[in-house]
Design a protein around this ligand. Structure first.
Ligand SMILES: C[S@@+](CC[C@H](N)C(=O)[O-])C[C@H]1O[C@@H](n2cnc3c(N)ncnc32)[C@H](O)[C@@H]1O
Length: 299
């Protein structure tokens, strides 16, 4: 086994310790990224166990592959998890981990256009084969669509003002780079306030580009179908929209905008959400917004 990525995995000990209930079982790492969580899972498993890992980003797969007979990595979206398992003659699994969002490998690469700290082409596609990028969102979405993106995914009360600025600019010239976008906004106040504004702006566009909310909802439903009773699911999220969806589903069996399930699929194994401790935040400031929730499939 090797692990070469510069992405620092988040809440590794807390998630893996609670995830593994059968050391000979079949596990899924739905968001392989830099491979840190997969590596830690493999370390805990016996020789007979299997780990299925997925990532929709080809680069992560190419750069961080783990040489291990128990390990099987697929370039795919985790929304297709049931299909992938079926194709590999697997019906049910003992545990699923998903560490949502993007990795440092993606944020720090200027060609990927995820970072508001770097001047680069607006892109933000996790899957480089997708034909829908941040440029399409900013230059082609209607007023209503953009309003929805900034209001729902960025939780901006003043979403209309943001849309107006984008429309005024794109009427004259397409907005193609991260600095084209950033220069549209003058944010009064502290550096912290500015930082927060752009983080939320970029986050909301990224969620739209990668259809992250719909995919998360479907993934939770699929997970409840592929886990053995007693099997566990560990979900790490980085913003309140995702955390709310996960919490609601684990607690009440309800996916927002979808029908309530007849029986409650999961039971939360911790009442409170798990967050990184201060030492982890000092070592890895990007972990500061992480929230881990773990649930067990009901019998
Ligand atoms: C936070 S990183 C995961 C880091 C990883 N846990 C580690 O230890 O290095 C999230 C990864 O999930 C991938 N990803 C996000 N949404 C996905 C989806 N719907 N399907 C497949 N991969 C996804 C991203 O491309 C990214 O590589």
């Amino acid at each position: 086994m090797n692990n070469q990525s510069h992405h620092k995995s988040v809440l590794t000990k807390e998630s893996i310790e609670n995830l593994i209930t059968d050391q000979n079982g079949i596990y899924v790492d739905a968001t392989f990224g830099g491979g840190g969580h997969s590596y830690a899972i493999l370390k805990k498993l016996n020789k007979k166990a299997t780990l299925i890992a997925l990532d929709q980003d080809k680069e992560s797969i190419k750069k961080n592959w783990i040489e291990d007979k128990r390990f099987h990595l697929f370039h795919n979206n985790f929304i297709h998890i049931r299909d992938i398992l079926n194709r590999n003659h697997i019906g049910k699994v003992s545990g699923i981990l998903a560490d949502l969002g993007i990795s440092s490998l993606q944020i720090d690469n200027p060609e990927r256009g995820f970072s508001n700290q770097l001047n680069c082409i607006l892109d933000m596609r996790m899957n480089q084969e997708s034909s829908y990028s941040a440029q399409n969102v900013i230059n082609e979405c209607s007023r209503e669509e953009l309003f929805h993106i900034f209001y729902e995914y960025g939780e901006f009360k003043n979403a209309k003002k943001i849309v107006d600025k984008i429309f005024k600019k794109r009427f004259k010239k397409n907005i193609t780079t991260t600095s084209d976008l950033i220069h549209l906004f003058f944010i009064k106040g502290s550096f912290k306030k500015r930082k927060k504004f752009f983080a939320r702006l970029f986050q909301s566009i990224r969620i739209e580009v990668n259809n992250e909310i719909n995919i998360l909802k479907n993934f939770l439903l699929e997970s409840s179908r592929i886990l053995f009773p007693g099997g566990r699911i560990a979900m790490i999220s980085y913003h309140s929209i995702e955390d709310r969806i996960i919490k609601y589903f684990f607690k009440k069996g309800i996916i927002i905008n979808k029908k309530k399930l007849k029986t409650l699929p999961f039971r939360m194994i911790h009442k409170k959400v798990i967050k990184p401790n201060i030492q982890e935040i000092i070592n890895n400031p990007r972990s500061r917004s992480a929230k881990l929730r773990i649930a067990e499939k009901n019998l």
